[in-house]
Design a protein around this ligand. Structure first.
Ligand code: PEP
Ligand code: MN
Length: 341
């Protein structure tokens, strides 16, 4: 078994695509058509020799044919050499000349809490707001989020502070609801291998942040990204948030090595979450700084106006003033790696 990706030209017609699919089926190959916003790609799986015998690039509407040896195909650098840049309301995520800060409360608790945080993070230079309305909690008795009311508050904050927002979606049945409000959907660490959810977020048009499963290898993670991509949603952002190791001094171990490895293997944007990685306030700044140096495209940071009263993850939330200091430091480091904040 081997595979090839056939990249269609931007102006390819649906007949051109059908023609490629028919040709593949005539040689006994399986094909997966992925219609993206910019172009259509056809993944072909079958006998290597039969696939390679066809002069794909001579067929109408075909741009190029790329053999792929890795288990993940579309998300790999073999398939696309240039970096994917995802524009969210004018904010480019994955642009190697910029470093994007995403910040906000772990969970939306009230209008006051959200608006105070959003105002502060905007002032400090964050380009995207985070805030969850659906929370994946270890205990079923813990605060589960404000649900749709939380999404409404986030949408109001977006208008008030001119900040697009990202929010987690936990359940395939809520994808439509969350996507109707949020600018970016997030699949959390506990759902990285929830293939039904991955397919569902892959079938809607909003960009998706995919967090690394806390016990997932990089290859498993990229395969999860492939599930989303293959459905036609090519706007996938990888978020390293720490993995579970033998170390107990921090909540998780930030796998900083994953950042340059991902950059080599994949064209997708990579963001680091220093808050969920360390799980402690004092670790957030050093881990965020490490992310800049390692070549990440940005960070996602928990900020809360009164961390002592936070319903979720208060121990790792920065105060707005601490986030301001972090941004000053990140700005200087980003300049050293030719990125602006
Ligand atoms: C979060 O970002 O609030 C979150 C729940 O993160 P994770 O899925 O990485 O635990
Ligand atoms: Mn959290």
């Amino acid at each position: 078994m081997s595979s090839m990706i056939i990249v269609m030209k931007k102006d390819a017609t649906s007949e051109d695509v059908d023609h490629v699919v028919e040709r593949l089926s005539s040689i006994g190959c399986e094909s997966h058509v992925s219609v993206g916003q910019r172009r259509t790609i056809v993944g072909a799986i079958g006998d290597r020799e039969s696939i390679q015998q066809i002069p794909w690039e001579a067929m109408p509407g075909v741009d190029r044919a790329v053999p792929v040896l890795k288990p993940f195909k579309f998300v790999s650098r073999d398939f696309q050499d240039e970096d994917t840049v995802i524009e969210v309301r004018g904010v480019p995520i994955g642009d190697s000349s910029q470093f994007i800060a995403i910040a906000g409360p772990c969970a939306v608790e009230s209008r006051e809490q959200l608006f105070r945080t959003a105002e502060a993070v905007k002032k400090a230079g964050a380009r995207v707001l985070r805030g969850d309305a659906f929370k994946p909690r270890t205990s079923p008795y813990s605060f589960q989020g404000l649900k749709e009311e939380g999404l409404q508050l986030l949408a109001e904050a977006r208008e008030e502070f001119d900040l697009p927002f990202v929010a987690e979606v936990l359940d395939p049945r809520d994808v439509e609801l969350v996507a109707s409000y949020a600018d970016i959907l997030r699949v959390g660490t506990r759902n990285m291998a929830n293939f039904t959810l991955l397919q569902e977020v892959g079938r809607q048009p909003k960009p998706v942040q995919l967090k690394r499963g806390f016990t997932a290898t990089i290859e498993e993670w990229l395969n999860a990204a492939e599930y989303i991509y293959k459905e036609g949603n090519h706007q996938v952002i990888l978020v390293e948030r720490g993995i579970r190791t033998f170390e107990t001094a921090s909540r998780n171990t930030l796998d900083i090595t994953a950042v340059p490895i991902l950059k080599g293997l994949s064209h997708l944007p990579v963001i680091v979450d220093p808050s969920h990685s360390g799980g402690k306030r004092e670790l957030v700044v050093p881990l965020a700084r490490a992310a800049v140096g390692a070549g990440a495209d940005g960070i996602m940071v928990d900020v809360h106006p009164t961390p002592d009263t936070a319903k979720v993850d208060g121990e790792q939330a920065l105060l707005p003033s601490e986030f301001g200091d972090l941004m000053n430091s990140v700005r200087r480091l980003a300049a050293a790696v030719d990125r602006s904040v």
